[in-house]
Design a protein around this ligand. Structure first.
Ligand SMILES: O=C(CO)[C@H](O)[C@H](O)COP(=O)(O)O
Ligand SMILES: [Fe+2]
Length: 232
């Protein structure tokens, strides 16, 4: 899907709950993707980890491509890799619509963000809990989205760190609706309304969907309803 259309679609209310496939059943990946789509997901979040930038390894291009083959939903690829510049082309070729790279992984993210946009994908920059927004000030004009991490990246099911909320509020007051804001890590029924109240439109949810006893449709509907209360 073209970049502009994706951004317009994702900006529409209600807030977007993105299932993070990190904790899905990878033995039944296609079925899991179809199930969250049928349950109402509007976009998907894929966590690529290289065992270097973060102390964990997940998957890479073949899994992104496999997900692309079974859905037309926007795919947000969260690249937790030490050398993002070396892999963004392959990630886009595999089917990423949003490419999220980490500010901590590069001295200057601007050429990478520009390149992502030149390829027709949405450019997104992530910051870890200790990284202040001042660290990405120069790159903001080249970002379609900023991801404020509310856990240290690497693993699902960690506890929510509220420092991300302060950064969302600051980015919202700086850039208004021109910048899509995402939060990732420990987002669940207890924390989701605070996230949207602070300005997040994109809510990444792993364990609260895939480790819940509830059907996916019920979790997605509940999280979306609670998320919308934060915007009122
Ligand atoms: O980027 C991530 C971890 O680094 C995941 O997207 C995130 O942690 C999702 O899992 P949960 O909702 O259980 O925290
Ligand atoms: Fe993630």
């Amino acid at each position: 899907m073209p970049r502009r259309r994706i951004l317009d679609e994702l900006r529409n209310p209600p807030p977007v709950v993105l299932p993070s496939l990190l904790l899905c059943d990878f033995g039944n990946l296609a079925a899991e993707v179809r199930a969250v789509e049928a349950a109402g997901a509007r976009a998907l979040h894929l966590d690529v980890m290289d065992g270097n930038f973060v102390p964990n390894i997940t998957y890479g291009m073949p899994i992104v491509a496999a997900v692309r083959r079974v859905t037309d939903l926007p795919i947000d690829v969260h690249m937790m890799v030490a050398k993002p510049a070396a892999f963004v082309d392959e990630i886009i070729d595999a089917g990423a619509d949003i490419v999220t790279i980490h500010a901590e992984a590069t001295d200057d993210p601007r050429p990478i963000l520009e390149h992502v946009r030149s390829r027709g994908a949405c450019a997104s920059l992530a910051i870890n809990p200790p990284t202040p927004i001042e660290a990405i000030a120069d790159a903001l004009p080249l970002c379609d989205m900023v991801l404020c991490m509310s856990v240290m990246p690497g693993f699902g099911a960690q506890e929510f760190e509220s420092v991300a909320l302060d950064k969302l509020r600051a980015l919202k007051s700086l850039r208004g609706d021109s910048l899509l804001l995402e939060i990732d890590g420990g987002v669940n029924a207890q924390t989701v309304a605070q996230c949207t109240a602070a300005g997040a439109q994109m809510l990444v949810v792993g364990s609260a969907i895939f480790k819940s006893q509830k059907p996916y449709a019920e979790s997605l509907a509940e999280l979306t309803r609670l998320a919308a209360t934060g915007t009122q």
